[in-house]
Design a protein around this ligand. Structure first.
Ligand code: NI
Length: 267
């Protein structure tokens, strides 16, 4: 595959995951070789938030999202939220998250997930930071909770897998929509998701890996890493009928605007 002229932004990578941390220098080198310029490293717990904040401080081109994932919220300690709040003052923290709602896994009672999601939304609004939103079988719950705020929400619905109606509701709320490796899978059943990806307005579209999970085709089943975002970008370009360079230019501009990423701070 040809390397895109402008650098890609992987807007969602869990580089704090031990599978990835173990081989970080090689993985970042491969990402650079694949045309990735910047990576938003997303945390899942207060401890991970501290770790990713330290990680991004030491690497050009890496930025952090700090927060507590809905599946980890039940395990959160009493001072964890204060720990996350304090980290917002660290350099290169560009977003809050990963937050959201998950009806697929029941590790955290749903009402408690909603409470934590509400906290992230309020703090994001207060601090002028975008929110990184996880959704698993909870599209309507997320839409209802955000609509009740009666204001636009700045952020991204990450690794989107819903319907066009869901996408429209998230777009109406003000969110960006990010696609991960699933759009590259060869299953016919994913044509519906590709159709949604084709319809998202160009100025709201983002790409990501969500590594180490869900590697794009042809790496499906193996550990995912930021360099593979180029495969998802190429598939999205095909689906949308634009060149890879056009797709990269648009999604990188969107990511830089949403996360306020400096152009000269790259891998
Ligand atoms: Ni994630």
């Amino acid at each position: 595959m040809t390397r895109p002229a402008l650098g890609l932004v992987d807007t969602h990578a869990h580089l704090g995951d031990p599978q990835l941390t173990a081989e970080l220098p090689a993985l970042l080198e491969r990402a650079r070789a694949a045309g990735v310029a910047q990576i938003v490293v997303v945390a899942t717990t207060a401890e991970d938030s501290g770790a990713v904040t330290r990680l991004v401080a030491g690497h050009s081109g890496l930025f952090a999202a700090v927060g507590i994932h809905p599946n980890d919220a039940a395990q959160a300690q009493s001072d964890d939220w204060e720990r996350v709040e304090r980290l917002l003052d660290s350099p290169k923290v560009v977003a809050l998250g990963e937050t959201g709602l998950d009806r697929y896994r029941d590790r955290t009672p749903f009402a408690l997930q909603q409470e934590w999601f509400g906290r992230h939304l309020s703090l994001g609004q207060e601090r002028g930071l975008p929110v990184v939103i996880h959704c698993r079988q909870s599209e309507q719950d997320l839409i209802d909770q955000m609509r009740s705020l009666r204001r636009p929400v700045r952020g991204v619905l990450h690794s989107f897998t819903g319907s066009w109606d869901d996408a429209q509701a998230f777009l109406d709320l003000g969110l960006h929509i990010s696609f991960a490796g699933m759009v590259t899978f060869t299953n016919k059943s994913l044509d519906a998701l590709r159709e949604v990806a084709a319809r998202v307005p160009a100025d709201r579209l983002l790409v990501e890996t969500d590594c180490p999970y869900l590697s794009p085709h042809p790496h499906r089943g193996k550990t995912n890493e930021p360099g593979y975002v180029a495969l998802t970008a190429a598939r999205l370009a095909g689906v949308r009928g634009v060149t890879l360079d056009e797709l990269v230019q648009q999604t990188t501009a969107n990511a830089r605007q949403l996360f306020n990423l400096p152009q000269d701070h790259i891998l």
